[in-house]
Design a protein around this ligand. Structure first.
Ligand code: G3P
Length: 495
């Protein structure tokens, strides 16, 4: 492998498309980000224009090459990680989508899911897919597109259409329509794949009215997915050897390779994933069992997943909704001006409560206000809530797993906040590890592609590349932790 070669990692997220260039030492050489339009046709509906997804991705690829001052021919392999569940259906010949991409956040298929619940299908669906029956996942969204886009079902049955999540769509565009594939981690979020077999499930396809011909081939996450063709700014023939859903990618990028290792990404919401090894751990508490990844010639690795819908979004609300400060990063400074919240409690259920509560109708609450309450107390209560809701998920995971979690690694924008990370360690009673490189989602895809292309030899080599920035050690005593959790639980009961 030439020392002048690099890995390109594409991270196609909900609000922006990013590209990172990574060198052999695992260093981030350049990063470029392009935002694109969010489409909200009706309350609760969220769409993206597939052309926007593609063009913003291409622009970020070109910009990243420019910033890194390298040419496309120096890219040894490409990895793709992506917003999961978001789905589109397009014409096999023209590449034109029959409808906009329906985004994971979109609730338009609530009714389809309710009907299936009434028909008592949820148990079977969860047993096969590890998921809870919710519009979040792709199956009901594909069903909706095929029913509502003109002649879509007829064309799908005639073999004229193909479907896929964002990974599949980007692969199709990068390879000039020559490759229609996905990886197991993305497929496990469609609600059409049986996580025991790693293949599309006929009963589920019938239930959601999805003809099998339109679905991509499911591959290991570091498979040979295809080669670039016709891009112009990059030569033809660059291999795409990594595809993995973004949360699983962060778990891989945090080198959480062993069962019992977990990560939390602090984004708009927070996503906690726990590696459960080769075993599917069935949650008794409505956490999701999902595929983490599958490496070529190896068995599937599974994970438990739980998330809070509102995490960084709570800080944005303090900034934009309440006008408490100018920039999100100011929250730490403000919260540090007080020693505690003086009894103020904030439950940021601004869009309902996610795992393990799953109460979409719940709404946010600030309580314990006195004449002495200032914006600093509210800021501090917000940070505490961001950490406390993760404790709820992690403690539930621990119960489902039947043993203690070994490590929690953190990433995402708010992981840079020292005060929040210390709170996380204290409330959880477990040291929290922050990596030097917080871009772990893109790193996961880079690692995957690099393994697929032989750029890195094995996972042992990846372990040597990964570096800790800081370990936050537990400082809080057990008694204080218990009291804090009790106060939080009381507030939760009031929501
Ligand atoms: O499941 C949805 C998740 O993959 C979206 O992640 O980072 O694009 O908000 P993000």
């Amino acid at each position: 492998m030439s020392s002048s070669s690099f890995i390109m990692a594409i991270d196609q997220g909900t609000t922006s498309s990013r590209t990172c260039i990574v060198n052999q030492a695992g260093g981030l050489v350049a990063e470029a980000r392009e935002s694109f339009k969010q489409i909200f046709p009706k309350p609760g509906w969220v769409e993206h224009d597939p052309e926007d997804i593609w063009h913003s991705t291409q622009r970020s690829m070109r910009l990243a090459l420019e910033k890194a001052k390298i040419s496309g021919s120096q890219i040894a392999a490409i990895g793709i990680t992506n917003q999961r569940e978001t789905v589109m259906v397009w014409d096999r010949k023209t590449g034109k989508s029959v409808y906009n991409a329906i985004v994971w956040q979109c609730r338009r298929t609530q009714e389809i899911c309710e009907k299936l619940k009434k028909a008592k299908k949820e148990k079977m669906i969860t047993a096969k897919t590890g998921l809870v029956l919710d519009p979040y996942f792709s199956a009901s969204k594909i069903q909706w597109i095929l029913k509502n886009a003109p002649k879509a079902m007829q064309k799908a049955r005639a073999g004229q259409l193909v479907a896929g999540n964002v990974d599949t769509y980007l692969l199709w565009r990068l390879t000039a329509g020559t490759s229609h594939k996905t990886d197991v981690s993305n497929a496990s979020r469609t609600m059409l794949m049986n996580i025991h077999t790693g293949w599309w499930d006929e009963e589920l396809m019938k239930l959601f009215n999805v003809p099998q011909g339109i679905l991509p081939e499911i591959c290991p996450s570091n498979a040979d997915f295809g080669r670039t063709q016709g891009l112009g700014f990059m030569p033809d023939g660059i291999p795409i050897t990594g595809m993995i859903g973004d949360q699983q990618s962060a778990l891989f990028g945090q080198i959480c390779f062993e069962a019992g290792e977990s990560k939390c990404t602090f984004g708009t919401g927070s996503f906690v994933l726990l590696n459960t090894g080769k075993k599917i751990v069935k949650s008794k508490n409505k956490l999701l069992s999902t595929v983490a990844w599958k490496l070529k010639n190896e068995e599937m690795t599974y994970a438990l997943e739980g998330g809070a819908f509102v995490c960084g979004a709570a800080v944005q609300w303090l900034r934009d909704g309440l006008g408490l400060f100018q920039q999100s990063a100011d929250v730490e400074k403000l919260a540090k001006t007080v020693e505690d919240t003086q009894g103020v409690e904030f439950v940021p259920a601004l869009t309902g409560l996610g795992a393990p509560h799953w109460q979409p109708e719940a709404r946010g609450l600030i309580c314990g206000l006195t004449r002495g309450t200032t914006k600093a107390h509210i800021a501090r209560a917000t940070l505490e809530a961001m950490a406390l809701q993760n404790v709820d998920v992690l403690v539930t995971m621990q119960k489902d797993l039947g043993k203690k979690i070994k490590t929690l690694k953190v990433d995402g924008g708010a992981a840079a906040n020292d005060l929040l990370m210390q709170m996380q360690a204290d409330y959880l009673g477990l040291n929290v590890i922050r990596p030097q490189n917080l871009e772990t989602t893109a790193m996961g895809a880079a690692f995957m592609a690099g393994l697929g292309a032989g750029f890195w030899k094995d996972v042992k080599q990846l372990k040597r590349i990964w570096k800790t920035n800081k370990e936050f050690k537990v400082k809080m005593q057990l008694k204080a932790r218990k009291e804090r959790m009790q106060r939080w639980e009381k507030a939760l009961e009031r929501v």
